[in-house]
Structures are given as C-alpha cells and as structure tokens.
Design a protein around this ligand. Structure first.
Ligand SMILES: [Fe+2]
Ligand SMILES: [Fe+2]
Length: 403
C-alpha cells in the first residue's frame, strides 16, 4: 500500500505544477488524517490525475504567457513519470479487487446466448432509477444537475478513454471499433462530437462545461467509475475486458439515454437534450457493431477463454455503474433529509471560493463556524454537523464565501 507520506508529497507536487487554467488543474485534496473514506477519496483523485496525463488538453481561451511553456510544465516528463510510478500501486489497491467479483458473476453460458440475453434484459429493464425517482421530485433540477456533474468526469471527454484501446494492430475488429470511435467524435463534425453535445446540457443546467472544471465536487463513486474505465483502457492486457465494457456500456446506454431524453423533454424542456437523443438512436447500432463485428469474431478466433473475459468485462462494468448510481442516489436522499430538517439549501455550485474537501467523518470534527459545505451539484448543507450524517463515500467542499 502506498504510504500516506508519499501520497502527501505527490499532492504537493501536483499542486505546484497546477496550471493557470481549470483544464490544467492537477490538484488533489490533502490526505485526510485517520479517516479511511477521505484517504480512499484522495487516492482515487491521484489515480485520476495519473490517467488524465494521457490526454491532450488545451483551454478554451488562450491563457496568456507562452503556450509552449504551459505545455512543457503540464506535461513535464519527470513529474509525469513520478505519478505514473504510483499508478500500478493505486490500481492494485483501488481497482483490481473488483475483478474477482466480476469474474464470479459471469454465468456458465456460451458467448452468443449470453449476449442475446444481455441485450434482451437491458432493453426490457425498468426505467432508470434516477429519472424514475425525479419524475415527482420537487427538487429534481438540483439532483439532475448533480447527475450531470458527477457524470462529467468521463463524458466531457467522451470516448477518449476507449480511444486508447483502438490504437495498434489487431485485425478486422479494430476497424469496427474505429468506426464506433469516429461516431463518438461526431464523424469529424465538431458540433456533433458527443463531448460537445454534453457541454450543451451542462451549460443549460448552469454548470461549467470545460473538461476537469468539476473535479472539486466529484464524489468517491464518480472517481471510482472514472478510474475503473481508465484502468481497463490504459492497460492493453485488459483488451478482452475492454470489449466487455463497450458491449455492456453501449447496450445499457441505448436504454438509459432514452429515459433521460424523455425525462428532459418532459421536465426540463428548455435544456439541450441532443446528447441523450443522439445516443438513444446511435447506440442501437453500436451495440450490434460491438457484438457482431468485434466480440463474436474475437470469440470465434480465440475461443471460449476470450468470450469469458469479455463477459467478465461486462460484469465489471455493470457493477461499477451500479455502485456509482446507488451512491449518487444515497447522497441525494441524505441531502433531501438534511433539507427537510432545514439544514440544507438546493443551489447551483459557485466554483470560485472553494475551500478544502471534506468527508462526512471529517465534517463531524469541524466547528459550526467552518461554514457551509457544497455537496456535488445539489446544493450546500448549512453546517458541518449536517454533513456528518451523509454516507461515507459522499464528498463535500467548504465554501467559506457562501452565506
Ligand atoms: Fe457517445
Ligand atoms: Fe456509442
């Protein structure tokens, strides 16, 4: 296990290298004394920074100063090597323990029958829990804003993680994956790129749309999901697990995005819902492409062992999505309970003036005068004692400036 002093030193080095734009913000929170939940959160933040190092990132507006110097600083090879050196250890602590339960969840079925069942079951599934919950919820805008914010860890750079699994040389399935990838990138039409469509709905809910701007409010489950996806795609040994991820994600997405599209059309008709409408349509095709042009040919060529690994990747993905979704609902319920007691206010986050991040257990040790704590995109609790009752994976941020 990576010791706390190494983590603390890494955090200080990242803060020192943090750039002038939100997109180059490399900070993580300080390791939280003896609180295991805060410690786990900071480890996930650090692993996220290691994965983000693979991304080409430029700010929307020129930041002033020499652009070359900014890049030399952000992508400094010595500093990146140090972070990369921690990656394997963090993955071993945080992500690989989820592989055994995923493999254990794989049914004793041939690949074709399993894929048919998966597609049928996901299509027939009940409405997405979040949209079903919010349909009659008086504070639905605040909770939906939080959903958008937590999901933005991946979706504001949608398909960049999986793009890392497309490079190389591996036969006809590679070209099918590439065709899916270019759809994700709007077939080269920038306005249709999926991350650009996601920006539009973020904007309509009053959220910052630049990649990485929302990180201070990501809860542990959102970071875990982000890191689970990147663990798959930044390790080529996970190739068949990656295919399982794509198969599950494309299939689940055709259903959930239809629910989100309907939900937005009905309850937030002013919001740009193209991101969801586009996926409800195109992921029908992507599901078929992953199954017929990627997974099945790979199983035919490399045998049942490959098929079982693809199924394990799908189970790993399903479990990671389920954990993130359940954690978000649990935080939402805790916030509603605090609001009902008069201890929380639904409000969009104000991104300048954030203080340190805090876990519920950390909040229990703060004085009331420490001030309000912003909880994701939902709103703020008026006093730290109210945040102490939240689930362990919740993450808040002190907002001294907020009355
Ligand atoms: Fe997409
Ligand atoms: Fe897709």
């Amino acid at each position: 296990m990576i010791d706390a002093a190494t983590l603390e030193r890494t955090g200080a080095a990242l803060a020192a290298r943090s750039g002038v734009s939100a997109i180059w913000d490399l900070r993580v929170d300080g390791a939280g004394d003896a609180d295991p939940a805060a410690d786990r959160h900071v480890r996930h933040q650090t692993l996220m920074r290691a994965y983000q190092a693979r991304y080409m990132l430029l700010p929307d507006a020129a930041p002033g100063g020499s652009i070359i110097e900014h890049l030399n600083r952000h992508y400094d090879p010595e500093a990146m090597a140090g972070l990369e050196g921690l990656r394997r250890g963090l993955e071993a602590e945080l992500i690989t323990p989820a592989l055994a339960p995923a493999r254990a969840a794989v049914p004793d079925q041939a690949f074709d029958a399993w894929a048919d069942d998966l597609v049928r079951d996901l299509r027939a599934a009940a409405e997405t829990p979040l949209t079903a919950w919010l349909a009659d919820h008086p504070a639905r805008e605040a909770h939906y804003r939080n959903f958008l914010l937590q999901s933005s860890a991946d979706l504001l750079a949608e398909a960049s993680a999986s793009a890392l699994g497309v490079i190389g040389e591996f036969g006809a399935p590679q070209s099918a994956l590439f065709r899916i990838l270019i759809d994700e990138f709007g077939y080269g039409a920038h306005a249709k790129k999926h991350s650009v469509l996601y920006r539009a709905v973020m904007r309509d809910f009053g959220l910052p749309e630049e990649y990485n701007a929302g990180w201070p409010l990501f809860d542990t489950a959102a970071l875990e999901l982000h890191n689970a996806i990147h663990f798959l795609f930044q390790n080529p040994r996970n190739f068949f697990l990656q295919i399982g991820f794509l198969l599950f994600a494309e299939t689940a997405y055709q259903r959930s995005t239809r629910d989100h599209f309907r939900y937005l059309s009905r309850h937030h008709p002013q919001a740009d819902a193209r991101y969801f409408g586009e996926h409800a349509h195109i992921d029908l095709h992507h599901t078929r492409m992953v199954i017929d042009e990627v997974a099945r040919p790979l199983v035919d060529q490399y045998g049942d062992e490959a098929g079982r690994e693809i199924m394990a990747g799908a189970a790993f993905t399903r479990q990671a999505f389920d954990r993130a979704g359940e954690a978000m609902l649990a935080v939402g319920h805790a916030f509603d309970a605090a609001a009902a007691r008069g201890q929380a206010v639904y409000a969009p986050p104000v991104f300048d003036g954030f203080g340190p991040g805090v876990s519920p257990r950390g909040a229990a040790r703060l004085a009331a005068s420490a001030g309000p704590i912003q909880v994701g995109g939902i709103g703020y609790v008026t006093d730290p004692a109210a945040f102490a009752a939240f689930p362990a994976g919740a993450w808040g941020r002190l907002t001294a400036g907020r009355a």
